[in-house]
Ligand binder design. Sequence first.
Ligand code: AMP
Ligand code: MG
Length: 421
Amino acid sequence: MLTVEQALEHILSRVAPLGVERVLLLDAASRILAEPVVSTRTLPPHDNSAMDGYAVFAADIAAASRERPVILPIGLRVGAGHLPSRPLSPGEAARVMTGAAVPDGADAVVKREDTDEGDAGAPAASGGKVGFFVPANPGAHIRRRGDDIAEGAEVLRVGDAIGPAEIGLCAGLGRAVLTVRRRPTVAILSTGDELCDVDQVPAPGQIVNSNVWALAAQVAEAGGLPVVLGHARDDAGAIRARIREGLAADVLLTSGGVSVGDFDLVRGALEAEGVGLEFWKVAMKPGKPVTFGRGPGGRLVFGLPGNPASSMVAFELFVRPALRGLMGDLRPRPRVTVMLEDGFERGGGRVQFLRAVVRIVRKPGQGDRWIAHLLRSQDSHKLSSMARSNALVELPADSGRVVPGEAVTAILTGVPVQADA
Ligand code: AMP
Ligand code: MG
């Protein structure tokens, strides 16, 4: 049986990034850039003030102090979005707002708080005088043209992940369209005679097909485009027909019907539809029967176990990295060392993934401690504990008990909780 690492390595070796597409800025969010962004502009476009205050020749106020303010006439007034009507002359000051272009000649800005403006209630309009309480170093509070981004600079590289700041950066440069990797379409099919749809009341013996929705949400969270195929009965012909439909997508996920029961027909149906199976068991708990193969055109096909927690864990470990890989992102989920708060009796033989809540406990003077609370229900049919978890704690394949205080590895599937001790 393959180990989790071997299975993941096998899958990733079959992942070739999808093609690229040009999309509007917001649609690039959470995707991977496929062409560099080269600036065609200079930012800031002009020298501008970092403060509301006065632009001056620094030499004019070199002797300024609170006791002996230097008084200058206000010759100009510049708001953000407006250009100075003329250069500044020595011996005068320009009232400037944050972001306003600094007039030519001026080499420093003094913030309002360092002038008498407040005390004197100096007029805001041009005319009047202003007293300076402090000298200024040349260059003070002036944001120089080009000090953020030079024209021709590569501001984002191929492979960069696009988040809100990258989108803002591109917008600031007037880039409304980006070239990114395509999102994979992911068809999701459940199997089982016991299943009914979420909007139906289960008949005796039935349960709602929850996997298809949990998996669709996992697909969306990973950046893929879920195509919900619903469920097929445990009938080879019915399953094959839906698999044929699903093979139109970039990736096909099935859930259920891959273990050793009398009605576990999925593997046979996949093969009958031309999917070459490459492995069908991984040494892990939960999720052992996870199956992987490739369909026509090298499409990735995952046969996930039917138990709800097993299918979600198998998705997390194998499908998510594959989907991110198709989108050009090879960064794995963060793994951290955490201290167990609870003990746990291991079955042994297989690496185990336990649903946990990881919290960062901050104790004054002691730094942060990462603590994992193991949720009580670890049975693979229970989603209640999956719902509360933000991490999977990985216990190596040894048997025996792990005890509170032991250091283990956790895969962060959500945001850790911040807590004070
Ligand atoms: P199977 O892998 O088909 O043997 O299913 C294992 C367990 O998971 C059984 O208890 C099934 O009823 C349950 N199960 C299978 N598919 C689903 C599904 N789509 N939604 C919820 N539970 C499921
Ligand atoms: Mg079944």
